[in-house]
Write a new protein. Sequence first.
Length: 130
Amino acid sequence: MGIKTSIDPDRGFARHVATGVVEVADFLDALREVYAHPIHRPEDGGIWDARGADATSLTAADLRDFVDFIREQRGPQPGRTALVVGRDVEYGLARMYQVFAESVVEFEVFRSWDDAVAWVTGEPGPDAAD
């Protein structure tokens, strides 16, 4: 299916929603789109919502290519990036990506959208004490 990209109107972070089978080209296209977006500010971070995606076709080489693309296009990113997943297989791929990307982006993987938003924005999360 692919990845749809938008900028959160209230908090400014890039929101990428992946659905169906996704390949590295889909992720690269989404980054090109957000990098070209007139109101995108890297320091506001980004969230990739992959709960509706099947990323099982991605390889370690694909993940390295994605990191290389970020490094070549932007260098180290000032904002935080989160990935929200629904399945263990995507969680494992995300953890592998995290190792490859540690010099380029501050990255965490989540199973909850609300937890990811709280981490990216620095706002209190859903589990924060009142």
